[in-house]
Design a protein around this ligand. Sequence first.
Ligand SMILES: *[C@@H]1O[C@H](CO)[C@@H](O)[C@H](O)[C@H]1NC(C)=O
Ligand SMILES: *[C@@H]1O[C@H](CO)[C@@H](O)[C@H](O)[C@H]1NC(C)=O
Ligand SMILES: *[C@@H]1O[C@H](CO)[C@@H](O)[C@H](O)[C@H]1NC(C)=O
Ligand SMILES: *[C@@H]1O[C@H](CO)[C@@H](O)[C@H](O)[C@H]1NC(C)=O
Length: 141
Amino acid sequence: MKTILLIVSALALFLQNSWFSSASLEENCRRIHELDPYQSYDFCVTSFQVVSESHTANLSQLGIIASELTIKNYTHTLVVVQQLLKNQSLSHWQRAALNDCNETYSSGIEHAILAITEIKSGDFSSAASHLDGEFFSLRYL
Ligand SMILES: *[C@@H]1O[C@H](CO)[C@@H](O)[C@H](O)[C@H]1NC(C)=O
Ligand SMILES: *[C@@H]1O[C@H](CO)[C@@H](O)[C@H](O)[C@H]1NC(C)=O
Ligand SMILES: *[C@@H]1O[C@H](CO)[C@@H](O)[C@H](O)[C@H]1NC(C)=O
Ligand SMILES: *[C@@H]1O[C@H](CO)[C@@H](O)[C@H](O)[C@H]1NC(C)=O
């Protein structure tokens, strides 16, 4: 699953290690792709394109923008999942699968909210470690 939350995770890692100073959005997306080849450069650029501030944002601002995009995107998905869960005629496995989705997206939103607080307070190592589990569980969805 392509998800922008993984981009937040990569950015938190960059911030934690102070590897990079300012750079263009394209450059940052190229670095994310180098760090994690599963992250497509095009997906990264396209995701940020909807927010015009991305083009002049530094790494921590990009991390916050990506977290906000994650919250918007996951909230939208959660509404659909929770709507589907209201169906009383779901089979056992259909309900189980939807419950998994509910858990995954609910916890993704919680982590994105936490990441915003941590990035804003400069606590990049907490942001990176919180998102680390997310990083691996989401990649294989
Ligand atoms: C959420 O992101 C996925 C890709 O990760 C995309 O396909 C989908 O259109 C996005 N949905 C919203 C509501 O932004
Ligand atoms: C990014 O810019 C904001 C606002 O100017 C600043 O508060 C923040 O420390 C900067 N972050 C980095 C990593 O340079
Ligand atoms: C409820 O779930 C059943 C079984 O998957 C499906 O056949 C039916 O179309 C669903 N109803 C609604 C309103 O989505
Ligand atoms: C979805 O998950 C959240 C958090 O785990 C839980 O509070 C909520 O009750 C769940 N919603 C449904 C419809 O199962």
